[in-house]
Every structure is written in C-alpha cells, then in structure tokens.
Write a protein that binds this ligand. Structure first.
Ligand SMILES: Nc1ncnc2c1ncn2[C@@H]1O[C@H](COP(=O)(O)OP(=O)(O)O)[C@@H](O)[C@H]1O
Ligand SMILES: Cc1ncsc1CCOP(=O)(O)O
Ligand SMILES: [Mg+2]
Length: 273
C-alpha cells in the first residue's frame, strides 16, 4: 500500500528541515535566464547555491559539492563539455546529479545533448510534459520551445519508460506533477497556474529537487516528490499576496523561506496514480 498525503507531509517536512539544517552545497550549470531565480530559490530553502561552469575548475569543485544540477536551457556547443564532465565527476564521487532537459525536442543538437547527458546516469530528470515525451521518444518536434504543449498526465507512460531506460527518477511538472522511478508513480497537486507565467520556475524547482536529493540520495523518489510539493505550497501561499507574476515571484521566494510545519501538514497533496 502507498503512502497517504499525511505520510507525504511528514516526508516533505523532514526533507525541508534537513536542507535547512545541513545547507547542502548545490552546484548549478544552468541557463542565463534562470541563474538568479534558481540561486534565490536554493537560498530561500536553506541550501547553498554555486553557479560554476568553467571546465578548468570542475575537477576541484564538483566532487566537493553535495549535488549538481545541469540545465540545458541556453545550451551552446561550448558549454556541453563542462556539463558532461561535471556529471561524470559527480557520479564518480558518489554525488547525486539532476538533469533539466529544457526544450529537449526543439532541435536535434539539443536532443542529442540531452540523450548524452541521460547516458551519464542522472539521479533525477525533471522536465515538463513536452520535454519528457521528446526525450523518451528521442524525437524532435514535440515542443514549441521551453513551454509545454502537453499536459503532464499525457506524459506518464513516457516518464515511466524513460525512468526504466535511464534508471533515474523522472518527474513531469504541470498542474499535477508526476513522479516515477519506473515502478511507483505518484502525483503532487500543489502549486498555482500562475507559476507558469514566471520564467524559470521549472528550472528553480529542479534546483530545489537537487537540494532535497543532496540530503538523502538513497531516497531520490521521495526527495523529488517532496521538493515539487513544497515548491507548489510556497506558490499557493505566495499567491494569496500576489497581484500578478512579478509579485508572485517575490512572494513565492518569501513563502518558501518562511514555510512552517503546519501549512506543510495541511497542504501537501501527494497520492499514488
Ligand atoms: N497548471 C498548474 N497548476 C499548478 N502548478 C503548476 C501548473 N503548471 C505548472 N505548475 C508548477 O509550476 C512549476 C514549473 O512547472 P512547469 O511550468 O511545468 O515547468 P517548465 O517551466 O519547465 O515548463 C512547477 O512547480 C509546477 O508544479
Ligand atoms: C525562456 C528560456 N529560454 C531558454 S532557457 C529559458 C528559461 C526556461 O525556464 P523554465 O523551463 O523554468 O520555464
Ligand atoms: Mg523548464
């Protein structure tokens, strides 16, 4: 029998409390659009972000980071070697690493890069519906860009097959966030639609997953569902004060920073699918 939402609330709170207590160092190799919101999301959760991507310094730095987050949002050929080396260094040092395959189906170059990165054994892959379908099917053209043209629920089978093929936990964000390890599938229904109107919320929740996985890599499935639920709850609380996307961005960060146990226990919505 699977966990209830009450069980998940306890799990999610424990992960957040551990991130606050241990402040894991999360290395991010990410796109230019997301750097600011991603770093601020990690700080608000209690983690320690570092946006380092120089090939020359990876051998000294990456093995000492608690987790690595790789995001291909503004990918160029120049950046790919650093992404691959960092992934290899993280894996060989026993550190978890998380892939965000932004716009995976937008071009052959990007799709091939994402497939090469998947081959380097990410602990978690988090994308929107179109990205996960493109990656699972190895097909260009399933996306109009960085935003999804698919409902996350349309990507459940793609997510399961990608998880089985890659041995990673796969998460598909959307109105219902889908999380699977290829066998178990849960849905997290927290969040508000306006989060889609803030650029880099997807990138930022991928970074939050990295911080959660950092504190207990042996429970990547639980860490991933917890991070998605907690980020969604911060959005729900932030929305009560927001007037639009710009103020939601600010209130989401404030709400994540100040999130207490009681709203986590009353708001977590995670259940088996
Ligand atoms: N319709 C929605 N209702 C509630 N939350 C949503 C909705 N769409 C996206 N979210 C949330 O917004 C965040 C970013 O997800 P998404 O927009 O799918 O990622 P991306 O920016 O990579 O396309 C996630 O935390 C997700 O749960
Ligand atoms: C707009 C844009 N263009 C390239 S990366 C990027 C940010 C995408 O962020 P997210 O996937 O979180 O919406
Ligand atoms: Mg994205």
């Amino acid at each position: 029998m699977g966990e209830s939402s009450a069980d998940w609330a306890g799990i999610a709170w424990t992960f957040l409390a551990e991130v606050r207590r241990r402040s894991p160092l999360v290395q991010c190799i990410t796109n230019f659009v997301s750097m600011d919101l991603m770093a601020n999301t990690l700080l608000a959760a209690g983690a320690s972000p570092a946006m380092l991507h120089s090939l020359q310094e990876l051998p000294d730095f990456t093995p000492n980071a608690d987790a690595l987050c790789v995001n291909v949002g503004t990918l160029t050929a120049d950046w790919l070697p650093a992404m691959k080396l960092a992934a290899e260094l993280a894996a060989s040092s026993g550190r978890p690493w998380v892939l965000d395959p932004v716009a995976a189906g937008a071009s052959g170059f990007r799709l091939n890069a994402c497939r090469e990165l998947v081959g380097l054994k990410p602990t978690v892959i988090r994308g929107n519906g179109s990205e996960i379908i493109a990656l699972a099917n190895a097909s260009v053209g399933f996306t109009k860009g960085v935003d999804s043209s698919h409902d996350s629920k349309d990507a459940v089978e793609a997510a399961k097959s990608l998880a089985q093929a890659s041995e990673a936990v796969v998460a598909v964000s959307g109105a219902v966030d889908i999380i699977t390890d290829g066998k178990r599938v849960v849905g997290a229904s927290n969040g508000v639609p306006m989060m889609q109107n803030i650029t880099a919320t997807g990138c930022s929740v991928t970074a939050l997953i990295s911080a959660f996985v950092a504190v207990d890599p042996s429970r990547a499935f639980e860490a991933t569902a917890s991070a998605l639920s907690i980020f969604g709850i911060a959005g729900e609380i932030g929305m009560e004060m927001a007037k639009g996307p710009a103020s939601l961005r600010m209130h989401l960060i404030d709400s994540l920073y100040g999130l207490e146990q009681a709203p986590v226990f009353s708001c977590v919505k995670v259940s088996s699918i």
